[in-house]
Design a protein around this ligand. Structure first.
Ligand code: 8YV
Length: 323
């Protein structure tokens, strides 16, 4: 039987690419130059896409493939795909929920502890020989013991973070578009109001037009001088200039960031600050979890082409389609 043609652009685990090659006529392209070359020859045959990490899938790219039926995204966040165009064309978009929830929640907790207890600065102190030469690393002015955490975005990952904080006896509040039933945490419909009530903000929001710049100067000021911001959602949710200003002027105490507006580029002004912990978007980045995400990409494509049903469609391109 002839294999179905799919395009696989961007960063994907090698094991998943191998499986895609076994099941499909897989056109693999890491960069956009190669995509152009592939589409020049195969655009009219491509029926599916395995979209690697953050590869830009705009209207122009989508419309070069008249037979495209499904885009299986590698990641739970699917910003960077023109969903409106997909919905208009009846193209289903899927993502990779659940399989990365615990990993990302672990990373969020790690980053929170690194930031609150200055763990990376303490390690740098040791490695620089300062422990033996100059003495102990300083007692940290911050502790989790007296903090209240506000989680912005209480989806699967937000809830997994809240569960970890429960175990650590840290009080939790949350902000989301809608109040969730059956959760014991205080709900704030307004992000600024939550920032006034807590001192630690953990951002788990997706990158959408509605969340762009939501954490602005006003929200940061509301956290107060003891304020700590952790972002493992999307860089675009935070107003970069406002955050840099708040850190530099000690309007807030510190930040821990795993995501940035223009990845992999990190503003020089952030690199120069000592009250920010910076990670290179490693939230889901273990072999175990990335392989599970890759497998779900493969399974979504296989299910679509074998049964006509996607496994994990995103709400913007629901399946079955809403009439
Ligand atoms: C990425 C993430 O998928 O799932 C997400 O939304 O941000 C990450 O897990 C990862 O960067 C792979 O590109």
């Amino acid at each position: 039987m002839t294999k179905i043609d799919i395009l696989a652009p961007g960063a994907l685990p090698e094991a998943s690419v191998e499986t895609l090659r076994e099941r499909f006529a897989c056109h693999r392209a890491v960069g956009s130059d190669k995509v152009d070359a592939i589409l020049a020859e195969a655009a009219g045959r491509i029926r599916g896409m395995a979209r690697g990490g953050h590869f830009n899938v705009d209207r122009t790219l989508i419309d070069r493939m008249p037979k495209l039926e499904i885009i299986a995204n590698f990641g739970v966040g699917y910003d960077g795909i023109d969903l409106k165009r997909c919905a208009e064309r009846g193209i289903v978009v899927t993502n990779t929920p659940d399989v990365l929830t615990e990993e990302v929640a672990d990373t969020a907790l790690g980053l929170l502890l690194m930031t609150v207890r200055e763990l990376s600065a303490a390690e740098r102190h040791l490695r620089a020989g300062k422990w033996a030469r100059e003495g102990n690393y300083r007692l940290t002015p911050s502790t989790l013991r007296d903090r209240t955490v506000g989680i912005a975005g209480l989806g699967r990952i937000g809830l997994a973070i809240a569960r970890r904080l429960d175990a650590m006896k840290v009080p939790v509040a949350y902000h989301a578009r809608h109040e969730r039933t059956g959760v014991p945490y205080r709900y704030f419909a307004d992000l600024h109001a939550m920032a006034e009530a807590v001192d630690t903000l953990v951002i788990v929001l997706p990158g959408t037009p509605a969340t762009k710049g939501a954490v602005d100067a006003r929200v940061l000021k509301a956290l107060g001088p003891n304020g700590i911001v952790i972002n493992i959602g999307r860089g675009s949710v935070v107003d970069d200039a406002a955050l840099i200003e708040a850190l530099a002027t000690r309007t807030i105490r510190a930040a821990g960031l795993d995501v940035f507006t223009d990845e992999p580029h990190v503003p020089e002004a952030l690199l120069a600050l000592d009250n920010v912990v910076l990670l290179p978007h490693v939230g889901s980045a273990s072999v175990h979890t990335r392989d599970a995400m890759g497998q779900l990409v493969v399974d979504n494509l296989s299910s679509w082409f074998e049964t006509g049903k996607p496994l994990t469609p995103v709400p913007e391109t629901p399946w079955p389609p809403r009439r």
